[in-house]
Design a protein around this ligand. Structure first.
Ligand code: P71
Length: 455
């Protein structure tokens, strides 16, 4: 495989510094062994999230200088609408401050309390907003998505039989909409195939069910279709992305991922009636319908970034860099979710620390251990993130993962080598590692602010 260099050159740098083991021990204790509670200055290589952490291009920065900060009817809004129409194919756009702002609005608009919302695996903020609107989430992803070692090329696919079974059980009129995430974050950044999207569309057309997408990482999904699905190898990713989205009635979008911005999101849709309802709500929760909680400059940065994120050379490098880290870990025998996802390498913490029961929080423990070893910050994506069920019991997800999330256009493969060496060092002494216990747990989205102590 010929080397793929970054399809850009660096024009500005932000110094980062290595810490000592003593500094990191003090930092992780102060953070209650929760990597979300670490201070940025104590972190060496920050792989907590790809959300809002990407580097913007000189074109985005210059677009920001031209941002129109008019309170209503700003040019910046027009630029975003134009970009979404051209690149995504939706006529209507309602900006929000970020993805969960859009999730909040669409959940209120489409869900009647008591209805059901099928989707391809849960995502934390998506499910919370569906439940707050009175909906019940049902996971209709294929079984392979819950198996870290399955090599299925499209582990994000909807299981059509599970979707059909839910329709038969509750009735199509009790399904508010189906939410198809592209890619599926909690499955390991796994894509959905075009064939599966088309098949879901057929079922939705048959029963009159709204088909929505969480398009947060749509560019990466389109790239995997180009790589893995017959008939797409010679198609530009931008074309594949438009074809993907053509099957959906609308999308929620966290611009902080595949729009390459530090803040921003939006709803995009075909039905003007949904736009009207979104505009009624956005003025209550986000701001005017033409800014949605964002400055004009943010809208301009997003209008440029969503186009850049669909560039074939950019995606070949981006996906290639994540894969490079995954392959280095695989070569050393570190158990990771396969195939390597689009935005992160997900370590199988249950297999890595197979001497710890899930209630001793293996993924939380491993994320803390990696930070202690090198100052690399990862994110827990296991029992802590899954939260408690309606009866107040811990949910026990099949996937107990630590996510090494790669920001876009920020790190080089030398940083990936440092990360790989750290994870491998921890892997070599894994049997010495003891678990963690909760010492503080908030009522919702507990992974953000919970605190832990070693057992
Ligand atoms: C598929 C998908 C996402 O991944 C997503 C945000 N991801 C995030 C940010 C995050 C959110 C919640 C807990 C931990 C980290 C990520 O670190 O992975 C959102 C919400 O978007 P938002 O953050 O802009 O509100 C919607 N859908």
């Amino acid at each position: 495989m010929p080397a793929i260099a970054e399809p850009y050159r660096i024009k500005m740098v932000e110094p980062i510094t290595m810490t000592t083991r003593e500094q990191r021990e003090a930092a992780i204790r102060a953070a209650g062994y929760n990597t979300f509670l670490l201070r940025s200055e104590d972190v060496y290589i920050d792989l907590l999230t790809d959300s809002g952490t990407s580097a913007m291009s000189d074109r985005q920065w210059s677009a920001m200088m031209m941002g129109d900060e008019a309170y209503a009817g700003a040019r910046s809004f027009d630029h975003l609408v134009e970009s979404v129409r051209e690149s995504y194919g939706f006529p209507y756009v309602c900006p929000t401050h970020q993805g969960r702002g859009a999730e909040h609005l669409i959940s209120r608009i489409l869900i009647t309390p008591g209805q059901h919302v099928p989707g391809n695996m849960y995502f934390t903020t998506t499910r919370v907003h569906q439940e707050l609107a009175g909906g019940t989430f049902h996971d209709v992803i294929i079984d392979e998505a819950h198996d870290p070692s399955s090599l299925h090329p499209f582990k994000g696919n909807v299981d059509l039989d599970k979707f059909q079974a839910l329709i038969d059980e509750v009735g199509a009129d009790q399904i508010a909409y189906i939410n198809v995430a592209v890619t599926v974050n909690m499955a390991g950044g796994q894509p959905v195939s075009m064939a599966n999207i088309r098949a879901v569309r057929e079922i939705c057309d048959r029963y009159g069910i709204i088909m929505w997408s969480d398009a947060t990482r749509l560019a990466e999904n389109a790239y995997f279709i180009k790589e893995r699905e017959d008939g797409y190898a010679d198609r530009p990713v931008a074309e594949i992305a438009r074809e993907m989205l053509s099957h959906f009635d609308g999308i929620t979008m966290s611009g902080k991922k595949d729009c390459l911005v530090n803040i921003g999101g939006f709803l995009a849709m075909r039905d003007e009636a949904i736009l009207t309802k979104a505009r009624e709500l956005v003025v209550v929760f986000e701001g005017m319908p033409t800014y949605g909680g964002l400055a004009g400059r943010d809208l301009d940065a997003m209008a440029v970034g969503l186009r850049e994120a669909l560039d074939d050379d950019y995606l070949a490098h981006r996906i290639g860099q994540v894969r490079y880290l995954g392959e280095r870990l695989q070569e050393a025998g570190v158990p990771i979710v396969q195939p390597v996802g689009g935005h992160a390498v997900f370590i199988d913490a249950a297999a890595f620390l197979d001497h710890l029961p899930q209630d001793e929080l293996p993924a939380q423990t491993l994320a803390a251990e990696i930070f202690l070893d090198s100052g690399v910050r990862a994110m827990e994506r296991g029992i802590v993130s899954a939260g408690r069920d309606a009866d107040g019991n811990h949910r026990h997800p099949k996937l107990e993962l630590v996510r090494l999330t790669i920001p876009r256009r920020v790190y080089t493969n030398s940083h990936m080598d440092v990360v790989a060496e750290s994870v491998i060092r921890v892997f070599q002494r894994r049997k010495e590692i003891q678990g963690l216990k909760f010492v503080y747990e908030p009522p919702t989205l507990r992974f953000f602010t919970s605190r832990f102590e070693p057992l």
